[in-house]
Design a binder for this molecule. Structure first.
Ligand code: ADP
Ligand code: MG
Length: 362
């Protein structure tokens, strides 16, 4: 038995028509900020609902603080949840909404009011305590929902895409606020999102799911730079995946032959006995030049420009490399210097140590 604060053990959920969570295993430490990520329908909300006790598993177990949650109803768990759709009571005032969980716990009126006001003050809503919910902005409502979840001083807070209904500007502000709260309170946050920027900004660890299974668990930078498989590499976005046959190995390296050429890729393990292999080269690890070679130590391919996508300070350039699309990220000033036009041929180079061999071939 692990000594993690929260343990999901072969946790499984089948609906009549769908196997939503497939025997997942996960340890969460006390005080961790975990982001559950993955495409829509991959089982994030289901996992959170199982944690909260709002839904019952069809297999496996959840332990919190060493105690099995089997048969323990939601209201007896210490796992409040904040949703995107806020589920605040429109007929109660702000402070009454925040007091509500304490009322359920039969805490006296004065004590209730005092604690609710403390949380409202803490979230900058003290002056709005008597207002109705309809008189608040989206961001203020989200803060009321957070205050209501924290007023019982839980040791875990579950958040299901809490910011997705807010506009971009407010979302960033609320991110900062959640991050601050997490640090101040020192409790465990399990945060569901499909937005990579949110997960990366907030989480100590990312849990990336697909089709009911966990694909990878790790620190944001590790999931980003060392994806476990092609799904993770693609989900992270700016990755180019190259596949081929293993044609040889050397100390800590494999040689991969494929339609795009022959490449040398570092490998941490010597498990490259497989005959097929794939590696990833991140879009920001590629340098561009108009000369055919990019220095003796570099690996590379030749491609022709398809187009450029402007997304802020960093731009993405799309290349055609023998029929395969490559993406390269550059700053605007670098792009200006290259004088790019569609059809222009360039060499795409990278340092061999920046190639990442996928543990599973694509
Ligand atoms: P996510 O939050 O990752 O978008 P969910 O956990 O909500 O995904 O859903 C996972 C899958 O389970 C989806 O395919 C969804 O349609 C299905 N599902 C969720 N709830 C139910 C239910 N009550 N009955 C049947 N299928 C469900
Ligand atoms: Mg969901």
């Amino acid at each position: 038995m692990s000594n993690a604060f929260v343990t999901l053990e072969n946790l499984d959920k089948r609906y009549a028509t769908h196997h939503a969570v497939k025997a997942i295993n996960l340890d969460i430490q006390g005080g961790e900020f975990i982001a559950l990520m993955g495409p829509s329908g991959c089982g994030k909300s289901t996992t959170l609902r199982l944690l909260a006790g709002l839904d019952q598993p069809t297999g496996g177990d959840i332990r919190i603080g060493g105690q099995s949650m089997r048969g323990i109803p939601a209201f007896q768990r210490d796992t409040p949840m904040v949703w995107q759709s806020l589920a605040l009571f429109p007929f109660l005032s702000v402070v009454e909404n925040v007091e509500f969980p304490l009322r359920m716990k039969k805490i006296g009126k004065q004590e209730r009011r005092k604690r609710a006001m403390e949380w409202l003050d803490r979230l900058g809503l003290g002056s709005m305590a008597e207002r109705g919910i309809a008189q608040l902005s989206g961001g203020q409502r989200q803060r009321v929902a957070i205050a209501r979840s924290l007023v019982t001083q839980p040791s875990i807070l579950l958040l299901d895409e809490p910011l997705s209904a807010l506009d971009a500007h407010l979302r960033v502000r609320m991110q900062t606020e959640l991050s601050r709260l997490h640090k101040e309170l020192g409790i465990t946050f399990v945060y569901v999102t499909h937005a990579q920027s949110e997960a990366f900004a907030l989480a100590d660890r990312i849990v990336l799911m697909n089709d009911g299974s966990i694909q990878q668990t790790g620190r944001p930078q590790d999931v980003y730079r060392e994806p476990a498989n092609a799904f993770v590499a693609e989900f992270m976005g700016m990755n180019n995946i190259i596949s081929g046959k293993v044609s040889g190995h050397d100390e800590g390296k494999v040689r991969i032959d494929g339609p795009l050429g022959t490449f040398t890729v570092p490998t941490k393990t010597n498990s490259a006995k497989q005959d097929k292999a794939s590696f990833v080269i991140a879009a920001d690890r590629i340098s561009l030049s108009s000369s055919p070679t990019g220095g003796t130590a570099a690996e590379g391919v030749t491609g022709s420009v398809i187009g450029i996508e402007f997304v802020g300070s960093t731009q993405t350039i799309f290349f055609d490399v023998k029929g395969k699309e490559f993406r390269v990220q550059k700053q605007q000033h670098e792009i200006d210097a290259l004088d790019l036009t569609p059809g222009k041929e360039l060499t795409l180079n990278w340092q061999p140590q920046h190639a990442w061999l996928l543990p599973e071939a694509a």
